[in-house]
Design a protein around this ligand. Sequence first.
Ligand code: BV8
Length: 241
Amino acid sequence: MPRRIFVLTGAGISAESGLGTFRDKKGEGIWAKFDPMQLATPEAFARDPETVLAFYDARRRNLLSATPNAAHIALADLERTLASAGGELSLVTQNIDDLHERAGSRRVIHMHGELLKARCVACESVRVWAGDLPPAQRCPDCGLGGLRPHVVWFGEMPFNMDEIGRALERADLFVAIGTSGAVYPAAGFAAEARALGIPTLEINLEAADNAVIFDAARYGPASVIVPAWVEEVTVGLGGKI
Ligand code: BV8
């Protein structure tokens, strides 16, 4: 029975909470409407900060009216049950939303940053920022730099890669939930887990680009599949949900 589970989540786990995904077969994802290279790169921010900040303001407002769904809640339960059984859940997310935390997850590793935080481009100080981020806003700390969303843009180094690498090495099960496997280095974690001899499970609405890597897969809406999978794991641990 797995005790040290590594879970990687993507936009698909927040889809049923009303937060758009980036790519989907119907071509309705965020990146179908907006060009990521014009909005989610340091070059785009340098070139046109107004447009980039407005893009994140809109997503931030949308997030504030969203609520966690049954998949987020089930993972928060699993974290508690594994901890009480002497195990651990390493919850790594590509999502910049705070729905895992609002569902009760205590330890969430945001490898692509957090939409409700802002960072000074000069002194790098990070602060909670739930409102719009006006281009003229100066850093309350150093007063020198402007503020940018505390997110990882394309071409930038993801956060917490060392901690993520250590969590992967000690895991005895790797599970990817709601991710298309299109963005690296996150899309490479399943192959790394496989190379470490760790069993891999994909939970998704449809097969991801890297679906062949996985030992097993369960397809369907996360709000249905994830609670059922957590139930199985938890009963195996003799815990209760
Ligand atoms: C970096 C934050 C150097 C901002 C994001 C190797 C090969 C090729 C390219 C590269 C490579 N290495 C690096 C690159 C370049 C680039 C990259 O991967 N480009 C891609 C486009 C080819 N990567 C980078 O630039 C990264 N930085 O590499 O630095 C380095 C290298 C090694 C080690 C260290 C450093 C930085 C990338 C981060 C960019 N920032 N987000 C913002 O959000 O605005 S990426 C953003 O897009 C998300 O965070 C996420 O990562 C990605 C979206 O992917 P998903 O989350 O998977 O979402 P998607 O919509 O694609 O899929 C949704 C899935 O859910 C689908 O499968 C669908 O079926 C499913 N689904 C839908 N509904 C449901 C569901 N599942 C269940 N239930 C449902 N209801």
